[in-house]
Design a protein around this ligand. Structure first.
Ligand SMILES: Cc1ncc(COP(=O)(O)O)c(C=O)c1O
Length: 446
């Protein structure tokens, strides 16, 4: 962890200092949202304390220039601006390709609503898309504007490139929109190969990087990805800020959206900052990224996003990945050793933990399988996620509708997700194992 130990790094997170019943929190719900270090909190506080104004894209005064400087850069100090820090983090060609959004969901909707689809166009997804990368497309399908199709995994639950290429060959796929890393299984799809094939067939690729960008180095230029969406709150950043990266040529340059070329997304929410000029009858657009950032922005969060990325960079993305992989390997191995043969305990996704990044989702198929996440929280302050994980479509298909409330008590099943980040420890995993064992015993499972 850089030159600092994990114990030293944990000191940065005020929430980890809390105690309930004399015990610390064990936060294993990082795929939902992560803890926030004091450096990021300080950055938010600094905005409200020292320069709580709008940005210099609007006003020209002292405070506005300070806000502008921290988001866009001041001459000679560009390295400190959050848009540039984020552009550098994913190796975008320019900070103009970084659009601030509310979150990943907002970023994906911006493409769905702003892309010039033609009737009959197909948008191709995987079978495990988060609702945020499913519903926007289902809505367009319902309106008759596109057709949604799915490419299915192989029998090891990994991406099937041959099946994908067959889909590309036999359908008029205009856009491939896929979760880069599944929030159910932690499996990361072979994006480089997917993008290459998609481009061969003339389709563009949008990657939902919500679970990927926080965990590994991403190079959008080397990947050649067209759009990438992610959320800062899953990478130690503030809530309410995400990013849509788009290649410059796909974000538009013309003052009127109707003049934009094929494949260019146009803004769907208009207002302050999106327009260069307006009359009572017409308007002209600003250039990207501003044409996509309508209205007064969440400036403190945009500024703190830069602080969050710098914080991760200081720890090192390779170290983050190695640490998280190690924890997942340990806990997966221990769980399978204890319950792998029972028939009612199953890890979802690839069995090889090294293919599941920071996510360990398991199914418990026993009478009264509900409520284990609450028990873990009550007994040992362990925080994990349960339920459909915002991927209802997948569980309804695999487990049947009403899968948490089946007719027969003995058919109860529930899905639990443990998700790690760099501040988690092996000791926390041990407490998790002990507490889960106690719960299973109390419930008469073992
Ligand atoms: C794979 C994936 N996509 C999209 C999202 C939505 O992210 P947000 O709620 O930040 O928009 C999530 C969040 O859990 C996710 O895991």
């Amino acid at each position: 962890m850089g030159s600092r130990t994990i114990e030293e790094i944990r000191e940065d997170f005020p929430a980890l200092k809390r105690r309930r019943n004399g015990k610390p929190p064990i936060y294993l719900d990082n795929a939902c949202t992560t803890m926030v270090p004091r450096q990021v909190i300080a950055s938010i506080e600094e905005y409200y304390t020292d320069y709580p104004a709008c940005s210099g894209t609007r006003s020209r005064h002292w405070f506005a220039r300070e806000v502008f400087g921290r988001i866009e850069g001041t001459p000679g100090k560009e390295g400190e601006s959050s848009r540039r820090i984020i552009a550098g983090f994913i190796n975008a060609n320019s900070e103009k390709e970084i659009i601030f959004t509310l979150n990943t969901t907002h970023a994906i909707n911006m493409v769905a609503l702003g892309f010039p689809f033609r009737s009959g166009d197909v948008v191709l997804l995987t079978d495990k898309e988060h609702n945020s990368n499913l519903l926007p497309w289902l809505k367009l399908q319902k309106e008759g504007r596109i057709k949604v199709d799915f490419t299915l995994p192989n029998d090891r639950d990994e991406f099937d490139l041959d099946a994908f290429e067959r889909k590309m060959k036999n359908n008029r796929v205009r856009l491939v929109s896929m979760g880069y890393t599944s929030n159910i299984t932690g499996y990361t799809i072979p994006a480089r190969e997917i993008i290459k094939i998609a481009h061969q067939y003339g389709a563009l690729v949008l990657l939902d990087g919500a679970q990927t960008v926080p965990h590994q180095t991403i190079d959008v230029q080397s990947l050649d990805v067209d759009f990438l969406a992610f959320s800062l709150h899953k990478m130690c950043g503030p809530r309410g800020v995400g990013v849509l990266y788009g290649k410059k040529e796909l974000l538009g340059q013309k003052p009127h959206e109707e003049d934009e070329a094929d494949n260019v997304i146009v803004p769907v929410i208009l207002g302050g900052a999106t327009v260069a000029n307006s009359t009572y009858h017409s308007y002209t657009l600003t250039l990207p990224p501003y044409r996509f950032e309508a209205g007064i922005q969440n400036y403190p969060a945009q500024i703190a996003s830069g602080a969050a990325v710098q914080y991760l960079q200081q720890i090192g993305m390779d170290r983050i990945r190695d640490h998280v992989d190690g924890l997942n390997h340990f806990l997966s191995g221990e769980l399978m050793k204890r319950y792998g043969d029972t028939g009612w305990f199953r890890i979802i996704g690839p069995q090889d933990a090294s293919k599941r990044g920071g996510i360990l989702t398991f199914e418990v198929k026993r009478p009264n399988a509900l409520g284990i996440a609450v028990d873990l929280s009550e007994k040992s302050n362990i925080m994990i996620r349960d339920g459909a994980l915002c991927v209802h479509s997948y569980f309804n298909e695999k487990f049947g509708l009403q899968w948490t409330r089946p007719i027969s008590h003995s058919e109860h099943r529930m899905v639990y997700r443990v998700s790690f980040y760099f501040y988690n420890t092996i000791d926390e995993c041990r407490i998790f194992l002990e507490t889960l064992d106690e719960i299973f015993k109390e419930r008469g499972y073992i």
